[in-house]
Design a protein around this ligand. Structure first.
Ligand code: MG
Ligand code: MG
Length: 260
């Protein structure tokens, strides 16, 4: 059963969500060739702790770090390492924060320098999938409405939709009911109720939908080696329109600043 949040709880969730968004903006400013995922991880951990939060992923199910950093054909759950980013890479940075008893959880896929047009397109389509999914997160609809909106948009562009990993309810726990798959059928699945809080997170592959886990026990990669993108927002189901608790605004401000 999904947990319905009060307005007071939603306010606390908004603070955690905003803290994640600000952390991702700090990361955004540093992304360039030569920087290592472990550098980004240290920055993120320091920023979160300096602002009264606790890294939400560190120690969760035994994950070792603050960020999941997934590069190119890595889909999600990559462990930050010391291999420098290279021009043309993409890196999905997923971050969680626990503050005042509630989690925030957000991901953004960044380009490192100039990226191939096809890869840029994959990022645009994946971001649009997220927006279309969020448009369906309205009271009275069903989880399948979100799922189908995401799946249709991705597959209409010839991309593969990851099945094994899904979005989720979010709150006092990082993963609550219900699951929010990125594939499914309109009108199916649990009904959306006002006050439900969801992390919606399409993981879209340029090629096959198929993925596998590496021997590190964490990193998920595409089986064909082609790139994968991942964007995530935390939302509250409302009567007419979902409310988005996280934001890409700080991240995109930071990215624009870097360009100038
Ligand atoms: Mg996440
Ligand atoms: Mg999530």
């Amino acid at each position: 059963m999904a947990i319905i949040k009060t307005e007071e709880e939603i306010e606390l969730m908004r603070r955690s969500a905003q803290m994640v968004s600000k952390t991702l903006a700090v990361v955004a400013e540093k992304i360039q060739p030569g920087v290592t995922p472990l550098d980004l991880d240290s920055l993120a951990e320091e920023y979160i702790r300096d602002h009264g939060g606790i890294p939400g992923f560190k120690g969760l199910y035994g994950f070792p770090n603050t960020l999941c950093t997934s590069i190119n054909h890595q889909v999600v759950h990559g462990i930050p390492d010391e291999k420098p980013l290279e021009e043309g890479d993409i890196i999905s940075v997923d971050c969680g924060v626990l503050m005042n008893g509630f989690y925030g959880d957000q991901a953004y896929t960044f380009m490192v320098g100039e990226v191939k047009e096809g890869v840029k397109y994959l990022l645009e389509v994946t971001k649009a999938c997220l927006e279309l999914g969020i448009q369906q997160a309205v009271a009275g609809k069903r989880i399948g409405d979100i799922s189908q909106a995401i799946q249709n948009h991705a597959e209409n562009h010839g991309f593969g939709v990851v099945r094994e990993l899904v979005g989720h309810g979010l709150g006092r726990k990082m993963h609550e009911s219900p699951e929010v798959p990125n594939y499914g059928k309109r009108g199916k699945g649990p009904k959306l109720v006002k006050g439900m809080t969801l992390a919606i997170e399409p993981m879209i592959n340029q090629g096959t939908k198929n993925v596998k886990q590496l021997k590190d026990g964490w990193t998920i990669v595409t089986t064909d080696g082609r790139p994968s993108a991942h964007f995530e927002h935390d939302v509250v189901v409302r009567d007419n329109q979902a409310e988005i608790l996280t934001t890409f605004e700080y991240i995109e401000e930071a990215l624009n600043k870097v360009k100038i």
